[in-house]
Design a protein around this ligand. Structure first.
Ligand code: NAD
Ligand code: TDX
Length: 332
């Protein structure tokens, strides 16, 4: 029986990962460790609660990581502070969780000789020009812009150093923007969907020209499972659907899905240092591991996500007012 420790799985992507993994591999013995920060919610794991062990704890706690990792076969490391705007307001938890937390995991993985998959982001590469044909590749130099992306880049660098110097059995993936069920309402799409559902106008930063590549969370997690099963140790894989959109265009598409006028939104002051464009060249994972997204169009994924938020007000409503209050404080 495979024993798997999943960090940060009370959050958005990790919870969906545990749900998908147990559906595909009901025999896996999964333990989740999560600090239940503002972004962690045990309800995200409600549908699998009976099938997993849940440990409330901090990944930066070296003794706890040593104990948990001694008793597992594979570590899948999602836990992180994940929101750029929060990192601009207060970088300190990003340094602790993303850098020191990854360090604690690496030391335990090294000592107990366990397999690690480290989850990261395309934001480590910085940004691209709007009209350039360029995309990020596995060998693109790191050039992070925000405290969040710098802390994720640092964690990736630590994993690479532990691979080279200590020979740990690790892989890394860097994925584009995710969306789907259990996505925290602070993030772009859930914020706008729940704004519309509560009679508030969507908020677009700056001129809304920034470009993101949108990948459904289930497609991201299917890629992670492929890397765990077939990925080459020591390698990095970039994951992205290819569905690039300017923020104003995806918002227009969302307004159409939700039956609203195309101009029913407000412009708000821009995010400082706002990355212009992210775009992924995912040839490596497609050719080497046969990954291909199940959501072939963004529209299909948007429809499903809007339906999920409509059906699960009980889940997002309790976070909504506090999240908007934080945005009011930030002036966005
Ligand atoms: P999230 O904020 O929804 O969830 C993060 C989870 O980690 C929460 O449950 C939180 O309680 C937990 N956590 C935070 N600090 C912790 C600590 N010190 N100890 C234990 N648990 C802690 O984030 P997400 O969107 O699910 O992102 C998961 C991972 O995927 C992150 O590493 C992020 O950088 C990466 N990623 C996210 C995206 C995206 O679009 N959301 C894209 C690419 C990569
Ligand atoms: O209200 C908003 N209005 C707006 O225009 C919000 C919250 C965001 N935006 C813009 C900023 C970005 O250009 O939308 C875009 C997406 O914003 P976020 O959802 O905050 O995502 P982003 O900053 O791109 O980072 C996300 O993808 C990469 C995740 O939050 C990261 O964890 C991941 O690493």
């Amino acid at each position: 029986m495979t024993r798997m420790l999943v960090t940060g799985a009370a959050g958005f992507i990790g919870a969906n990962f545990v749900i998908q993994t147990l559906a595909k591999h009901p025999e896996y013995d999964i333990t989740v460790v999560d600090a239940l920060t503002y972004a962690g919610n045990k309800d995200n794991l409600k549908t699998v609660a009976e099938k997993i062990q849940f440990v409330e704890g901090d990944i930066a706690d070296m003794d706890l990581m040593d104990k948990l990792i001694a008793g597992t076969d594979i570590v899948v490391h999602f836990a992180a502070e994940s929101h750029v705007d929060n990192s601009l307001d207060d970088p300190s938890p990003f340094i602790k969780s993303n850098i020191l937390g990854t360090f604690a995991i690496l030391e335990a993985v090294r000592k107990h000789e366990k397999r690690l998959h480290h989850i990261s982001t395309d934001e480590v590469f910085g940004d691209l020009e709007l009209d350039s044909p360029d995309k990020f590749r596995e060998d693109t130099p790191y050039d992070p812009s925000s405290p969040y992306s710098a802390s994720k880049a640092s964690s990736d660098m630590l994993v690479r150093a532990w691979q080279r110097s200590f020979g740990i059995q690790a892989t890394i993936s860097n994925c584009a923007n995710n969306y789907g069920p259990y996505h925290h309402v602070e993030k772009f799409l859930p914020r706008q969907i729940t704004n519309i559902l509560t009679g508030q106008r969507p908020k677009l930063y700056g001129a809304g020209v920034n470009v993101r590549e949108w990948t459904h969370v289930d497609d991201h997690n299917a890629a992670v499972l492929l890397i765990l099963n077939k990925g080459r140790i020591g390698e990095t894989y970039l994951i992205g659907s290819g569905e690039e959109r300017q923020n104003k265009d995806i918002l227009t598409e969302l307004l159409e899905v939700m039956g609203q006028p195309a101009d029913a939104y407000d412009f708000v002051p821009d995010r400082p240092g706002h990355d212009l464009r992210y775009a992924i060249d995912s040839t490596k994972i497609r050719d080497e591991l046969g990954w291909t997204p199940k959501y072939t169009t963004l529209r299909e994924g948007l429809d499903a996500t809007v339906e999920w938020f409509k059906a699960n007000e009980w889940w997002w409503k309790p976070q909504k007012d506090a999240t908007e209050a934080r945005y009011t404080k930030l002036g966005r």
